[in-house]
Design a protein around this ligand. Structure first.
Ligand SMILES: [Zn+2]
Length: 386
């Protein structure tokens, strides 16, 4: 990755974010894209739409007659975290949790708090109550390190698990409070800047969708699909979820991005996957992986539910949702909170694959042609035996 790209990535990873509190990521995305001359706008749900400047441009790109599918690249701007609910004392804040989390050893864990201006203060989590599902915290209290003067309204604050810094690098690893899914957001912004830097006269068949509230059920993506802007499309659309996904056997951190064959809910479009898999074989012959990433669900499931062909790319993620699954600096035992981490080489590979997906004349309408020819040759070889 080039230095400016890595700076953009660490800038994004440094920002506070939580479900429905994505304002800092939205702002940076719009600033960076604006400065690079990439059109963007917000849809009515506050998702950032990249590559087109308005609903009218979005729909005219979708209505253009072309065999080139629109690549709708999707990543989410939120990460599990909490919202302030009410003050219980000068330094005691009741909070509600949104999204996944560690469920053991969380009392006493360090947290950061922010508002719409940025980071405000740090504190510790206490009296955490685990949701009935057993998967995450439901509510808790935060003990602030010192009283805030003047005291802001409780609901203006939000936060998440905090560590020695919002982001730091150690060898090829980036440790951070939240790689999921700011790495995907970064990949979409970087791909758009590349694409619009070599702009031809026609708009590229690209739309980036940076969503809100993914961690509580793909809320931003669903709100976007509900708008129905793609219903009038006259050309194919292929959705590509870009995620950081819990590392699993066969999806090892540092061995390259993963061609995501499916998630916890569903398998993905076999035609699109064939195109993606062939591309990965060409672009990253020894440096990509393929598997169903069923450690979590992703926005390709939402796209599939809306009848859109969807595929996915994942960067293997350590300590998914800040659960201490893989250990790391400052973590103790198997429980409690931990910084997420990713490998910078996997991110560089992800950028290469995103760029390759934008190549013109890929065989989207008959991705299995070459395979069918191989199968036919084999049939001819064995013809006498049937
Ligand atoms: Zn995610």
């Amino acid at each position: 990755m080039t230095i400016p790209r890595e700076l953009l990535l660490t800038h994004l990873l440094s920002q506070p974010t939580a479900p429905f509190r994505e304002m800092h990521i939205q702002r940076i995305a719009r600033e960076v894209l604006g400065a690079a001359g990439v059109p963007c706008f917000a849809d009515p749900a506050g998702n950032v739409i990249v590559g087109v400047g308005s609903r009218a441009e979005y729909q005219s790109l979708a209505r253009a007659t072309s065999r080139e599918p629109i690549r709708l690249l999707i990543a989410h701007m939120d990460h599990p975290g909490f919202h302030g609910a009410r003050w219980l004392g000068a330094t005691r804040l009741a909070v509600t949790w949104h999204g996944g989390s560690p469920t053991r050893g969380v009392n006493g864990a360090r947290v950061w708090l922010a508002d719409h201006n940025g980071y405000v203060i740090t504190g510790r989590l206490t009296r955490a109550r685990i949701a009935k599902s057993g998967w995450s915290i439901e509510r808790a209290e935060v003990l602030l390190d010192s009283p805030l003067k003047p005291r802001p309204t409780a609901t203006s604050l939000f936060g998440g698990f905090g560590f020695r810094a919002p982001v730091w690098r150690s060898g090829n690893r980036l440790y951070t409070k939240a790689a999921d899914d700011l790495v995907g957001v970064f990949a979409i912004i970087a791909t758009a800047i590349d694409l619009f830097g070599h702009r031809t006269r026609t708009a590229p068949p690209f739309i980036g969708l940076l969503t809100r509230g993914e961690e509580v059920g793909f809320v931003g993506a669903v709100a976007h699909f509900e708008l129905g802007w793609l219903k009038t499309a006259r050309r194919p659309v292929v959705c590509v979820s870009l995620e950081t996904s819990r590392t699993l056997p066969g999806a090892i951190i540092g061995k390259g991005p993963v061609v995501r064959l499916g998630d916890r809910r569903t398998v993905f479009d076999p035609n699109g996957l064939q195109v993606l898999s062939d591309l990965a074989g060409q672009v990253l012959p020894e440096a990509h992986q393929r598997r169903i990433m069923d450690g979590g669900a992703c926005e390709s499931t939402a796209a599939t539910a809306y009848g859109l062909p969807a595929i996915g790319l994942s960067v293997p993620l350590g300590n998914y949702h800040n659960q201490n699954l893989e250990g790391g600096p400052g973590t103790k035992g198997r429980h409690g909170s931990a910084p997420e981490f990713v490998d910078i080489r996997d991110i560089a590979g992800l950028l290469k694959l995103c760029r390759a997906l934008m190549r013109p004349r890929l065989p989207w309408d008959d991705a299995w042609f070459a395979q069918r020819q191989r199968l036919k040759r084999n049939l001819r070889h064995h013809a006498k035996q049937i």
